[in-house]
Design a protein around this ligand. Structure first.
Ligand code: ATP
Length: 340
């Protein structure tokens, strides 16, 4: 494969290997020219080479700059809080992108098509926490510090604007709580307002206080287009938005940095259904579509999305969680049969 694009492929743990192999079959059937570099991480890597985040895997991602990853299990005592978080930190993947679009017919909502961009490295999740001792009580108080830097805000808001332009989106809503957290959230908002001038006429800029945004997402989700927000709010709102379109089983995610991007399903390893061939591969297939968009194979991604959506709408060959009885690979075959 001479002009194939190199991509690191991490099968992962639990249902990971099943949904990864189904996804690879679909991507290849759609005609994408990819040179997969298979690497281990998580429990599979710990068992094979004694390290949940092997050097070979890190070097592969450094080389390719793009990874498609199954869910990973982090064993207690492995030295990592989470391999997923460690990968995010190692490659400084500052933007977490979570698109959500109505796929399942007759759900509570229709017409939802939102891309949420969450700052992934700072805010209240900076990891700066401590207890305060008062008298004899070591845990009399606890403090968690929310850190927003201008550089951190700039890079994620710039990314969100650029992503909106690249995907032909019309509006960016910055979600904040600057009315109460005047300094940290204020800096995020101020940075967004300043940057909005660079995109005037191309992307409409809108501000929403997080509590109002949470309500509006339920009342009128179709009024949102692209959203950018800080780490904690992004964590909460991205799951809320997944709920609007049928839950985590259909939710893909991308973690994007300057040097690397890692694409994954939002759900976990689902140990309760692992190795049974019944897992729904859709979230990872949609993550692969984000990856194909990222590496310039948009047409291929579009074909896969259409085939997946048709398969889900028809409802004949879908997995149990979507109300059917098909296995992972039968579902994949049905998507492949609909690729045009
Ligand atoms: P982890 O500890 O890795 O997060 P978990 O089981 O706590 O795993 P999930 O893996 O997200 O969390 O699973 C939550 C529930 O959703 C489980 O009952 C699981 O069977 C189901 N589930 C998750 N992903 C899928 C999938 N792709 N197809 C079908 N069911 C799934």
């Amino acid at each position: 494969m001479s002009d194939a694009i190199p991509v690191t492929l991490i099968p992962g743990d639990g249902i990971g290997p099943e949904i990864v192999s189904a996804t690879v079959r679909i991507v290849e059937a759609a005609g994408a020219r990819i040179d997969w570099d298979r690497q281990l991480a998580g429990m599979a890597a710990l068992n094979a080479v004694g390290d949940p985040m092997p050097v070979a895997t890190l070097e592969s991602i450094e080389r390719t700059g793009v990874a498609l990853k199954g869910p990973l299990e982090t064993q207690l005592g492995s030295g990592y809080r989470s391999v997923n978080v460690a990968l995010r930190m190692r490659f400084d993947l500052f933007a977490n992108v979570r698109p959500a679009r109505t796929l399942v017919p007759n759900g509570r909502y229709s017409g939802v098509d939102i891309i949420l961009v969450r700052e992934n490295t700072e805010g209240l999740y900076s990891g700066v926490e401590h207890y305060v001792k008062i008298g004899n009580d070591d845990h009399a108080a606890a403090e968690s510090v929310a850190i927003i830097t201008r550089a951190g805000a700039e890079r994620v808001i710039r990314f969100a604007f650029e992503h909106a332009v690249a995907r032909g989106r019309k509006k960016l809503t910055l979600v904040h709580k600057a009315n109460i957290l005047k300094l940290s959230q204020g800096l995020f908002l101020e940075t967004g307002r300043a940057m909005a001038r660079d995109y005037a006429g191309r992307v409409q800029f809108e501000e929403r206080i997080v509590d109002a945004a949470a309500m509006q997402l339920v009342m009128a989700p179709e009024s949102f287009d692209v959203i950018v927000t800080t780490n904690l709010f992004g964590d909460i709102l991205s799951d809320e938005i997944s709920g609007l379109v049928g839950g985590l089983g259909l939710a893909p995610g991308a973690n994007i940095g300057e040097e690397a991007a890692i694409f994954e399903a939002v759900h976990g390893t689902a140990p309760d259904i692992a190795d049974q061939g019944i897992a729904n591969p859709s979230a990872l297939v949609l993550a692969a579509c984000l990856m194909l968009d990222h590496i310039g194979h948009e047409a291929c991604a579009g074909r896969i999305r259409e085939a997946l959506e048709t398969t889900i709408r028809e409802g004949q060959t879908v997995t149990r969680d979507l109300g059917g009885s098909a296995g992972t690979h039968a579902f994949a075959d049905s998507i492949i049969a609909r690729l045009t």
